[in-house]
Design a protein around this ligand. Structure first.
Ligand code: S3P
Length: 199
């Protein structure tokens, strides 16, 4: 079993925020919402899910937004909603899988937040996403091939995130500890190399 995060990791991670949100990025099924909610709870922060905010703003589900208005309309709303949520300071913000692909959103997250890529392999993603059928991008003849293509297209971009955490098929609580430890490690690295963004 992986080492647990300590209360010291928690303290270090909290101090590192300095008013910034933790922004979770990664593909559908990586666990951004489940892990994000628990991470926020553990850190005493509020949790916000960008997809839910988009649905609330539109008064309809993401599937309906895609069906009625198209993906471009959804992406525009997504960019605006995330820009607004980024203004809320310290919080845990889970983004939809495509959000970080937008250059404006990426720049905003880079400048104002701490990004954490929840990196999962194809098998784990498929195991999770096949439980529901509410993701318009995966309503294709071959969802696994679609997911593989998304991995190829997006992983090089997700790799720009400040922190990468490899997801495994373990309890969410364990992944939360790993995310906390990763943030604490990043905080320590930045202290060694002040002003450097390199990891
Ligand atoms: C999308 C991911 C979804 C949702 C929309 C598009 C994507 O969010 O925003 O269906 O482009 O990867 P989750 O990653 O939370 O499933």
């Amino acid at each position: 079993m992986a080492k647990r995060s300590t209360s010291r990791d928690l303290e270090t991670a909290k101090k590192y925020l300095g008013g910034r949100p933790i922004v979770l990025v990664g593909l559908m099924g990586a666990g951004k919402t489940s892990i994000g909610r628990r991470l926020a709870d553990k850190m005493g922060l509020s949790f916000v899910d960008a997809d839910h905010e988009i649905e609330a703003a539109a008064g309809k589900s993401i599937a309906d937004i895609f069906a009625e208005h198209g993906e471009a309309y959804f992406r525009d709303g997504e960019r605006k909603v995330i820009a607004r949520l980024m203004e809320n300071g310290e919080q845990v913000l889970a983004t939809g899988g495509g959000a970080y692909m937008n250059p404006d959103t990426r720049a905003r997250i880079r400048d104002g937040g701490i990004s954490v890529w929840l990196k999962a392999d194809l098998d784990l993603l498929m195991k999770r996403v096949m439980k529901r059928n509410d993701r318009p991008l995966l309503r294709t003849a071959d969802p696994e091939a679609t997911m593989r293509k998304l991995i190829d297209d997006r992983y090089p971009v997700y790799a720009e995130a400040d922190i990468t955490v490899e997801c495994r098929d373990v309890q969410h609580a364990q992944m939360v500890n790993e995310v906390l430890r990763a943030i604490a490690r990043k905080a320590a690295q930045d202290r060694v190399q002040p002003g450097s963004n390199e990891t």
